[in-house]
Design a protein around this ligand. Structure first.
Ligand code: GDP
Ligand code: MN
Length: 380
């Protein structure tokens, strides 16, 4: 789960990482209030979960209330790479002597944490990695021993930060490491980390991705849950406890098992169609699960046909068939359903469904046949 910059900065603050004084604003008037509280000059910043806001006109300096109004007006509603700005962060502007880059992520192949530090910050790190890879000092950290103050200091020296920044940077990096580990982040990134002309080091930006696998031990993360960017179909599926991912096509997919669901998408593509979703109903697909799956897919206006692909293993096809019959009675569907039912007790399952078959509830003998039928119905 990605955090907005302002949330990332609040997260940083819990671990003692210095940031600028500021506040959030959802309107122009609120932006002025926050600016007055932070003290001029201020910087008005778009809160969107995408990088490169500065280049897109989403980060502006303002010397007084009039300038805050102008910038807030322009930035609110601005579309930055498909993300519409609904909220601003207004903070006291810093003077910048130097811009650095710092981050922690997991290096999976190495099975170690990876810290990256560069005296060339402010620009995108991918760009630095391309044009001047030696400017990035990397450190691998054993999660058991962690990052000591000494190791951090040696790393800072290796990155060639300005001498007056080094002590503060080392302390800050140890804190950022704690934030990353104890805060259960997948990514904790500061770009730019700045040195001010007065010799202070602090974070001017915050990019934090939380590891949702750890949410069970962070009840406080609930406040970060943010529906505004979530696909409404996915929100509905999540409420119903389904394993669903929305896609762009017209063939709704229901399959048991993630592998079969993936293969189903492939087969639909192979015969010239496009899947509207991925949906794995898992094992033991009863009527409730089947009804919930059909409801979610039926609510997607793009869906023109539904392909139910079940291969019974431990899940028995006759049970699935009962589930389908009951679910179809409960949900009034606007698209035809094409079924492929195979595996354990397939015969019994098909026999149960025989009386229910119609123009809109169709059984096909194989996955390929069913895919072809669903795609032709979806494109008819
Ligand atoms: P990003 O473009 O989405 O990464 O947004 P940032 O928060 O990193 O801001 C982009 C750039 O705006 C930074 O690299 C700085 O050069 C500049 N900037 C941001 N805050 C300040 C500030 O307080 N003072 C000054 N002078 N520049 C700032
Ligand atoms: Mn940045």
């Amino acid at each position: 789960m990605d955090l907005y910059e302002y949330q990332g900065k609040q997260y940083f603050a819990r671990f003692g990482i210095p940031t600028s004084l500021g506040g959030v604003a959802d309107t122009v008037d609120e932006a002025v209030e926050q600016a007055e509280a932070a003290g001029y000059p201020v910087v008005v910043k778009a809160q969107v979960k995408v990088g490169g806001r500065g280049k897109a006109g989403g980060v502006k300096l303002a010397a007084d209330a009039d300038e805050v109004r102008i910038h807030a007006q322009n930035i609110l509603g601005l579309d930055i790479k498909g993300h519409v700005v609904k909220r601003l962060w207004v903070e006291h502007a810093s003077d910048i002597a130097k811009e650095y880059y710092a981050s922690f992520t997991l290096d999976r192949p190495a099975k170690l944490h990876l810290g990256m530090l560069s005296a060339e910050g402010g620009v995108e790190i991918e760009e630095v990695a391309q044009t001047n890879p030696d400017a990035i000092a990397r450190i691998h950290i054993d999660p058991v021993t962690g990052l000591s103050e000494d190791a951090a200091r040696a790393w800072v020296d290796r990155a060639n930060l300005d001498p007056e920044a080094r002590d503060q940077a080392a302390t800050l990096l140890v804190r950022l490491y704690h934030c990353y580990v104890e805060g259960d982040c997948d990514l904790a990134e500061i770009n730019p980390l700045i040195l001010t002309p007065e010799g202070k080091v602090h974070a001017l930006d915050a990019k934090v991705t939380l590891d949702e696998n750890a949410s069970f031990r962070h009840p406080e993360w609930e406040e970060y849950e943010d529906d505004s960017d979530v696909d409404p179909r996915e929100r509905m599926a999540k409420e119903k406890g389904l394993n669903y991912i929305g896609l762009q096509g017209t063939v709704g997919i229901i399959a048991n098992g993630a592998g079969l669901a993936m293969s189903t998408l492939d087969v639909v593509t192979q015969v010239g169609g496009e899947a509207a979703n991925f949906l794995d109903i898992g094992g033991g697909a009863n009527a409730d699960v089947m009804a919930a799956a059909l409801e979610v897919i039926n609510a997607d206006p793009a869906v023109k046909a539904i392909f139910v692909n079940i291969f019974g293993g431990i899940t028995r096809v006759d049970e699935v068939a009962k589930g389908i019959i009951e679910a179809i009675g409960r949900v009034s569907l606007s698209s035809p359903v094409v079924m492929r039912l195979d595996g354990t007790n397939a015969e019994q399952g098909r026999a149960l469904l025989a009386d229910h078959l119609s123009d809109t509830l169709i059984a096909e003998p194989t996955m390929l046949d069913a895919a072809r039928r669903a795609v032709s119905l979806a494109t008819a």
